[in-house]
Design a protein around this ligand. Sequence first.
Ligand SMILES: [Ca+2]
Length: 356
Amino acid sequence: MWTTVLLLLLPLLSSTNKTKHDHLNQSEILSEDFSDIPVKSQKPPGEVKGQLQQSLLAFGRSTRKLMRDVMDEQQRALDVLSNQVSELMMKMQALSSEVQRSNTEMFSMKPVQSHGRDCSEIKENLMSAVPKIPSGIYIIHPENTDSSFEVFCEMDYMGGGWTVMQKRSDGLTDFRRPWADYADGFGHLAGEHWLGLRKVYHILNQKEARFQIHIALVSHDDVTSYASYDDFRLDNETNFFRIHLGRYSGSAGDAFRGYDQDQNQDTAPFSASDMDNDGCNPSCTIGNKIVESCSLQQNFTGWWFNQCGLANLNGSPWDSDQNQGWHILWDTWRRSGIPYTIRSVTMKIRRIATNN
Ligand SMILES: [Ca+2]
């Protein structure tokens, strides 16, 4: 449309401005092309001028309208696009939470009715019958106890046969608990949980059985590490489930023992928010702070505290939104001198072969 208007206007413009016309070859050519249009040449100059003004006004109006239409059209397209993006984002969020949910529920099947004394024995028993033993919830019945109970068995990790005694991953389970909860256990076996000191004691305290403990750590930036002890025992409840650790191996450092005797948690009894068995008796100075109860200082969690020590795996997992609370502590695991921020941890135990 613009081209047509321009072509119509050019000869008229050229006739009213001869000087410019002489320097504009393009206009000249165009004017010559249209000079023989009979209608234009026959009109008187006043009428031509009026028509020209009208055409210019009309041209201006239509140009403005065209611009408006184009902008409106672009705005509509942008709105549609923006809606599509929001819709996609919502779908992505829904999908992501669905994936998280199914990851958690993958193991929430009914416990396998496979009785063994612990996950190591279940693995031994099933190995000949099942080509690949799945990880999941199994029922175990340790020796020297009347009760059976459910545990989560890791059958893939490092040869399998691991009974999980603690798991921290999403921070959704409250680990600020009294003694009774740490003794009985809490959380969900398929996700975060503390199996319970009584159950762990039953597993460990079987005839002719020795256990190792393996601690697997993942940092917030996905670095993995571990600490392993070739022997792991607990005293009975009367002795507050005092911990006994064997030889350390691993890549995360021996935070259970720390660097000096005050930090050493090996042989420490278990403490909880309402049960103070720690090494701060009546108090100790950590940093510049006077601490009477390590559990209260460390967000009401339960652990084998000394004064207080460099390990407490019952803290909260790293979360970018969460700047307070007590984080999972394994202080010997460091990068350039700075402790890693820990995103998840599991503590698991497995039978070790004995010569008996
Ligand atoms: Ca104390």
